[in-house]
Design a protein around this ligand. Structure first.
Ligand code: COA
Length: 436
């Protein structure tokens, strides 16, 4: 049974706020375009989605809402016995279909505005998007099927600056004021590109991208491009379109595109405020970055290493020890979420460096993050005049030897203070060495 908005809210623990607040400055004043499928608007959970949107707005995230009408249009046609030429704004739209689509759009617009008003959110439907007819495709006149001609980004920015939430309908007007039916996902993509939004969130009835029973949690643009071209024929129509538009958005400057299941309670907040997320994320490569750690990262690094320490993969380090040596740590950060870390240790009077505390979140392992962190350590050690990089490992020896080019070494490869430390730890770690 779906949860009511109040039930969902009561499950948030006060301590969860600590994690959330950390990300608030990161998203402040950023624009998120939220594209909601018609099927979600019909569901009772839509009200809790609006509540989640209210939360994002209160955290000073600027939201533009684009809605779809597919499901209600389908129901209306069934009720009236009308034969639709198109349901999703992707095929020929005849006059009868346009007429019903216009009714569906005004009905949904009414519901969205009503829901937002109940939550005290100021909103405005807008004609900031001008449409143009698709024209003739493969010899067939597409009649009232439209596409985006122009987005008035200034008008949208003004609404956002005035704390209004723009609501955009998939019925838009051409230069002459004639209505045309557009696909809401295409609309959301064009709006996001024009306004330089940082995210598009496609809220659908799908959990994300699944191919041959494999669920894809996060894909960088080029990975998506490859997977999309290889599996294009096997994807369900609506996911195919979303992937295609995601590529268009990423190429057009939008940093991140999410697909998530709006029929799952709290999915929007879980997607935005957790490092793992619940849906599929497509992201631009430049957002993958390795940087030196900052003092405020210490707690996250401590939490990240806990499980591995229990499994004896890593040597134990207290929070205080991490805090005291925070400048030696480097982190793999995607948009504020730390997915892995390592530390680079130096020894006085030695041209030798050590990579320690290397760890990658289980949810993101096998994606090259570990190898990237090791390459970063090698590059930094070389720049600092090092000629050897060592690592001590108990359970990832093949990773270092087979994947990162390390050789098995011996106690002679270690500086004296490190030998003493190793003996005292009784971990009996394998010494690994790489010439730089
Ligand atoms: C070791 C570790 C950092 C690798 O990170 P990762 O991001 O998953 O690694 P990458 O994606 O860059 O590399 C993956 C490759 O290494 C291999 N690999 C990863 N961990 C391995 C391990 N423990 N043993 C053998 N091979 C391993 C994978 O099979 C994969 O091989 P493939 O390219 O043929 O598919 C990660 O598994 C981890 O956090 N381990 C626990 C902590 C640890 O042992 N740290 C080292 C001590 S300092």
């Amino acid at each position: 049974m779906p949860k009511s908005p109040t039930e969902s809210i009561s499950e948030i623990k006060p301590t969860d706020l600590r994690g959330i607040l950390k990300y608030v400055p990161l998203f402040q004043n950023e624009v998120f375009v939220i594209a909601v499928d018609g099927s979600i608007i019909e569901d009772p959970l839509f009200n809790s989605l609006l509540l989640d949107i209210a939360v994002l707005r209160n955290l000073r995230i600027r939201i533009i809402l684009v809605f779809g009408i597919g499901k209600i249009l389908h129901c209306l046609a069934k009720k009236k016995g009308t034969n639709l030429t198109d349901c999703h704004g992707t095929e020929r739209v005849d006059a009868a279909t346009l007429d019903l689509a216009t009714k569906a759009a005004s009905d949904i617009s009414h519901r969205v505005m009503q829901g937002l008003t109940k939550l005290n959110i100021q909103c405005a439907t807008t004609n900031a998007v001008r449409a143009t007819s698709v024209g003739i495709l493969k010899g067939e006149d597409q009649q009232f099927l439209g596409k985006v001609d122009k987005v008035d980004a200034d008008a949208l920015q003004q609404l956002l600056s005035n704390h209004m939430l723009p609501v955009i309908s998939p019925i838009a007007f051409d230069r002459d004021g004639d209505p045309l039916r557009l696909d809401s996902d295409h609309l959301a993509t064009e709006v996001a590109i024009s306004i330089a939004a940082s995210k598009i969130l496609f809220i659908t009835s799908h959990s994300g991208l699944i191919i041959a029973d494999q669920f894809y949690r996060a894909l960088e643009t080029e990975q998506l491009r490859k997977i999309f071209s290889e599996n294009s024929n096997d994807l369900e129509d609506s996911i195919w379109r979303k992937c295609k538009l995601a590529l268009q958005a990423l190429d057009g400057g939008v940093s991140r595109v999410h697909i998530l299941d709006g029929l799952q309670a709290d999915s929007l907040l879980n997607e935005v405020f957790s490092s793992v997320g619940v849906g599929t994320l497509f992201y631009k490569d430049e957002y993958q970055k390795i940087r030196w750690a900052r003092p405020e990262d210490a707690q996250t690094l401590f939490d990240l290493t806990r499980d591995s320490i229990e499994r004896e993969e890593l040597a134990d380090r207290s929070l205080k020890e991490i805090e005291d040596s925070i400048e030696s740590y480097f982190v793999y950060d995607i948009d504020g979420y730390i997915l892995g870390c390592g530390s680079l240790l130096s020894y006085p009077n030695e041209q030798l460096f050590e990579i320690a505390s290397l760890i990658v979140k289980k949810t993101h392992s096998g994606k090259g993050i570990g190898k990237n962190l090791v390459s970063f350590a090698e590059e930094q050690a070389t720049q600092k005049g090092g000629n050897h990089l060592i690592a001590l490992s108990t359970q990832s020896i093949p990773f270092f030897t087979k994947k990162c080019g390390f050789d098995k070494g011996s106690i002679e490869d270690l500086p004296t203070p490190r030998v003493e430390q190793l003996n005292a730890s009784q971990r009996n770690s394998q010494i690994l060495v790489k010439d730089l």
